[in-house]
Design a protein around this ligand. Structure first.
Ligand SMILES: Cc1ncc(COP(=O)(O)O)c(C=O)c1O
Length: 320
């Protein structure tokens, strides 16, 4: 298949992982705590809780809403399955909402119409790294419904609030999956300005326990734990947190390089007749996770994908 997202792994990344493997503590502890503090500082948000994936972070944010079974949760039609499945797994009813063709993000008009018919929450997506419009936040605020941000594509994206970080919403959920602009193979984080949500997330990501193993390890710490409620197994191991920390240390550099590549694509792709770029003009606030093109209706998409995969093999063999 097309090498569209070969991970950017340096010797320093490998050293950081090796050091953690040698440290004697490989699961959730100091590296996670440092990553959380560093992400909170980068995002300028009071709380970041790391998780095993963005999916886990969304499930936590949805669980924190405490909605009754069958409650209606708006999700965009255009996204990855995790967005809607996080509602389904919580026993909630996903309500599919239209997107705007210009950005592929949730349409505020479609959202407003759905709130009139009754919605209990929304999970919006910052698709491809372009932040949802401010109108989505305003519609939710006006209707008094919580907005969970699926920010899987949006680490480093900015909107009217600054860097997307869950300010004033029910949490922003990031992904550090292998194809993302910051990766630790599998991982995620929940950013929020709510201490209550952050406390809930720390427990919910670890079965619902009151204390994790690291908190119990200190001499004065309590030796046991209570089960506060049913949670999930969604904590991030230190081995992966070390990789994420190493990547975060050069994130600005990686994003600057990504922007150069996107600019290059934009110039080159504009020359292909009939091809539309989404969004049509570069969004300066985008995290540039995806470079989206819309093919003319007459073109067979699958044939283009197969053709690109073939080109990738030719390029790979030339390198080998
Ligand atoms: C929009 C969107 N939401 C959620 C996810 C889930 O992320 P993760 O694999 O970290 O659970 C993805 C994954 O690619 C995604 O694209």
């Amino acid at each position: 298949m097309l090498d569209f997202a070969a991970p950017d792994i340096t010797e320093a990344d490998i050293d950081a992982v090796a050091q953690t493997l040698r440290s004697g503590w490989i699961t959730t502890a100091g590296e996670c705590l440092k990553l959380e503090a560093e992400l909170a500082s980068y995002l300028d948000v009071p709380h970041v809780v790391t998780t095993s994936s963005c999916t886990a972070a969304i499930e936590i944010a949805v669980a924190h809403l405490g909605l009754a079974p069958g409650s209606r949760v708006g999700v965009p039609t255009w996204t990855f399955v995790s967005t809607a499945l996080s509602a389904v797994r919580a026993g909630l009813m996903p309500v599919l909402l239209d997107i705007e063709p210009e950005t592929l993000n949730l349409s505020p008009r479609s959202l407003a119409a759905a709130t009139d018919e009754g919605l209990d929450a929304v999970i919006g997506v910052h698709f491809g790294g372009c932040a949802m419009s401010r109108d989505v936040h305003d519609v939710c605020a006006e209707a008094g419904i919580p907005l969970v941000e699926d920010a899987a594509h949006a680490l480093g994206a900015t909107d009217h609030r600054g860097l997307v970080a869950g300010q004033g919403t029910a949490g922003a959920c990031f992904s550090f999956y292998a194809t993302k602009n910051l990766t630790c193979a599998e991982g995620g984080a929940l950013a929020t300005d709510s201490a209550d949500l952050a406390d809930f997330a720390r427990s919910y990501r670890l079965h619902g326990l009151s204390h994790d193993a690291w908190a119990r390890y200190h001499p004065e710490a309590p030796s046991g734990y209570d089960l506060l409620g049913p949670g999930i197994k969604g904590n991030l191991p230190d081995v992966l947190a070390a990789l994420a920390r190493s990547q975060l240390g050069r994130f600005a550099e990686m994003q600057a390089r990504r922007r150069q590549v996107v600019d290059c694509y934009r110039v080159g792709l504009k020359e292909i007749p009939g091809l539309e770029l989404v969004p049509a003009e570069a969004d300066p606030g985008s995290a540039d996770h995806l470079m989206v093109v819309l093919l003319p209706e007459s073109v067979d998409r699958d044939a283009v994908v197969t053709g690109l995969a073939g080109l990738s093999w030719i390029a790979r063999e030339a390198v080998l």
